[in-house]
Design a protein around this ligand. Structure first.
Ligand code: ATP
Length: 315
């Protein structure tokens, strides 16, 4: 994808420090026109900081960012007109109705939508029937959809979404995913940040894995997973003597294994052969593997293999 489409955002060697803390430590990245790009990383990785730098909301000490050829540091107003931004904790005026909010935001962007245009925008985000509801009475999912609608009030080409589904229930999350897919099919360029593996895998054409202010890996989700050698994880409850664990570990198709309090976890290129071997060893030792599961590799495994840590809980 990056080879076949023009870059619309170019980020070159950006450094942003808060005192000694390097929030961004030499980030270079190109976002292609029309792609949905995901920044995936744990709390404090630098995702919001990077979006804020692109938006021109904060300055940075080193590097350059340009949007459609306009350098952010010198063309803030122009860049702002091209971006639709949904902040992580957007504060909305809870006493306004959804329709009033669209018209208010429209005025902020100098677009002054008519009532009919404001209604059409709400309709695109499945909020038409809530047009006269006060924002304070909307559900979490509806409020998120409204902030998305408000980000689109000036019809920007590029949309930046900072954790668009954090805190939402699965149904509300899927609703947002549908909207993001629709925006992408309309040709918008989308950058979103997320902690959710599934969200990154399902929505994004490419993902940048970010940790401690650095991009550790970049590519299509499948490509990143395949780079790991497509290892699956077999898990089973099975207590094995040390020599049997070694026998398992020595198998050519076993990449690594851990055994913790009777819970065996095996990373392997051939899960079926591991299962067969476990059955055989189980017979020899008079035990049977219980609670067996096979998990396909995902971006969590990529993060784990890059950092030695898991992505961790979502705040
Ligand atoms: P989260 O998923 O929790 O939102 P994030 O990946 O968006 O995390 P950032 O908000 O970009 O992370 O923060 C990156 C680092 O910079 C963190 O260590 C954070 O504490 C620090 N940081 C961010 N803003 C400031 C600030 N204004 N002053 C000092 N440190 C800051």
């Amino acid at each position: 994808m990056s080879g076949s489409r023009a870059a619309i955002i170019a980020i070159e060697n950006v450094h942003k420090a808060y005192g000694d803390l390097k929030a961004l430590n030499g980030v270079s990245l190109q976002i292609c026109q029309g792609e949905c790009f995901g920044l995936l990383g744990p709390n404090g990785a630098g995702k919001t900081t990077l979006l804020s730098c692109i938006e021109g909301l904060i300055s940075f000490q080193e590097g350059r960012i340009s949007v459609d050829g306009y350098e952010v540091a010198h063309h803030r107003r122009k860049v702002k007109s091209m971006l639709g931004v949904q902040l992580q904790d957007e504060t909305l005026f809870t006493d306004l109705t959804a329709l009033e909010a669209v018209q208010f935001y429209g005025a902020l962007y100098n677009t002054f939508p008519s009532r009919a245009e404001a209604l059409a925008l709400l309709e695109r985000f499945d909020l038409a029937e809530k047009r006269n509801a006060r924002i304070g009475t909307l559900s979490g999912g509806q409020q998120k959809r409204l902030t998305l609608a408000l980000a689109m009030v000036h019809d920007p080409a590029i949309i930046l979404l900072d954790e668009p589904t954090t805190g939402l229930d699965p149904q509300a999350r899927h609703h947002i995913w549908d909207i993001v897919r629709r925006l992408r099919s309309e040709g918008k360029t989308i950058i979103l940040t997320t902690h959710y593996i599934e969200e990154a895998e399902i929505l994004c054409d490419r993902v940048g894995i970010i940790d401690r202010g650095q991009i550790l890996a970049l590519g299509a989700p499948r490509e990143l997973i395949e780079r790991m050698g497509n290892l699956s994880t077999v898990r089973a409850s099975l207590r094995l003597p040390a020599e049997k664990l070694e026998q398992l570990r020595a198998a050519a198709y076993v990449q690594s294994l851990s055994s913790d309090d009777g819970l065996l976890s095996v990373q392997t290129s051939d899960p079926q052969r591991v299962l067969t071997l476990l059955e055989e060893i189980g017979k020899e030792t008079g035990t049977r593997p219980q609670n067996v599961s096979i998990r396909q590799p995902n971006l969590e495994d990529v993060f784990l293999s890059l950092t030695g840590r898991s992505l961790g809980p979502v705040d």
